[in-house]
Design a protein around this ligand. Structure first.
Ligand code: AMP
Length: 379
């Protein structure tokens, strides 16, 4: 597919979560229809899309039916099989390509790819068997972080090792193998960059943002990241380099650590819209979701410019979404609800954005105050 997708064409989105929902909303504004593939009935994305196929990602007949009904395919969910995406790619253009998902799905493939592209990560070692752990710990030092290579998210599938004693028992509890051991980064900040790359190789990168987590789940994003200029420039350059090295067509988030010396190390990449880019809906003329749709549809990419500074706060679990009436009544909070009916602990139910004039992002106390009814838990 080289020509731009015409209005009223259909974009197939694999995955039915909030990332698909916000992509479908952006697609609708550009005149496209979206067709969601998800095993879930009443998924956040299907609720705002033209069509949905409800079925298992592993079911070849389901994949075939879905592909036949769409013009181009993308994904908002990474824990699908790359083989399933290959099958779809034989029927319709898939953007980003299945090979990009293969790299991002596997921490060993991901780190190998990054290091080969000349991009720094935390020091790491693949752990294929329990007896490989002790020598790797001796080489990387303590503390260290042991992670599964696949299917990890929001801190699941990883353990912090503070001592060599007992480490093997911890490792045996993590599945599936192989595992990856990483040196612990004493980071000054966690930052990320969302970058889009078009079929013509043009790149648009949003400004680096700072991400603060609570219980391993993203809590706050500060845009732009309050880091020195050279750090922000290094982060943006890394994101562009990763997108180019992957020959990406689509959207990519690059999560990074800034260490105490101001070095930028890549933690992981995600070839899809990202929670740390939600602020762009309200603070940018073209959001990450519009960039995603434009890249997938073969449209030109505008500059990833930002008219405002922003703070994004996630609404996680039953307690935060219970504040919805207060959020709606609070001046300045821009509300986003994902339409999920069941608020389980740790589940992302929505988010709010607060805008500030460019250059006027407040410090910690100001951020807390700006969040109104959500300020209680912020430090
Ligand atoms: P991940 O699943 O790789 O995104 O890791 C989840 C969180 O664990 C990160 O956001 C960090 O806060 C922390 N973390 C992961 N890896 C490391 C590391 N090598 N050093 C320090 N903290 C880490």
């Amino acid at each position: 597919m080289s020509a731009a997708l015409p209005p009223n064409a259909t974009i197939g989105i694999v995955g039915g979560g909030q990332l698909g929902r916000m992509s479908a909303l952006a697609a609708a504004r550009l005149g496209y229809r979206c067709h969601i593939l998800t095993p879930e009935s009443d998924s956040p994305a299907a609720l705002v899309a033209a069509e949905a196929t409800i079925g298992a990602f592993e079911d070849r007949a389901v994949l075939g039916r879905f592909a036949a009904a769409v013009d181009v395919i993308t994904f908002e969910f990474e824990n699908i099989s790359a083989e399933g995406l290959d099958l779809l790619a034989a029927l319709r253009p898939v953007r980003p390509a299945p090979g990009v998902l293969r790299i991002s799905q596997d921490r060993i493939a991901e780190k190998s790819f990054l290091n080969q592209a000349g991009i720094a990560t935390a020091p790491w070692a693949a752990i294929e068997a329990p007896e490989e752990l002790a020598p790797a710990l001796a080489r990387l030092g303590l503390p260290a972080v042991l992670k599964t290579t696949r299917f990890g998210y929001d801190g699941k599938g990883q353990a912090l090792l503070r001592a060599a004693a007992g480490a093997e028992a911890v490792a045996r509890d993590l599945t599936p193998w192989p595992l990856v051991l990483e040196g612990f980064v004493e980071y000054a900040a966690e930052i990320s960059v969302v970058v889009a790359r078009g079929a013509d190789g043009a790149i648009s990168a949003f400004d680096p943002v700072e991400n603060r987590h609570r219980d391993h789940i993203l809590d706050l994003t500060l845009a732009p990241a309050p880091v020195p200029g050279p750090v922000a420039e290094a982060a943006a350059a890394i994101a562009r380099r990763v997108a180019g090295a992957l020959d990406l067509v689509g959207l990519l988030a690059v999560e990074m650590f800034v260490d105490r010396e101001g070095r930028v190390l890549v933690n992981e990449i995600a070839p899809r819209p990202h929670n740390s880019g939600h602020w762009t809906i309200d603070a940018c003329p073209a959001s990450q979701f519009e960039m995603h749709v434009r890249a997938v549809a073969g449209l030109p990419l505008p500059a990833a410019s930002r008219h405002s500074d922003a703070v994004m706060k996630n609404l996680v679990g039953p307690d935060e979404i219970a504040l919805w009436p207060e959020i709606l009544a609070a001046p300045g909070l821009i509300p986003h609800h994902y339409g999920k009916t069941e608020a389980r602990p740790g589940r992302k139910m929505g988010h709010v954005t607060r805008l500030f004039p460019r250059g006027a992002l407040p410090g910690a106390l100001g951020v807390a105050a700006a969040l109104g009814p959500l300020a209680a838990g912020e430090r």
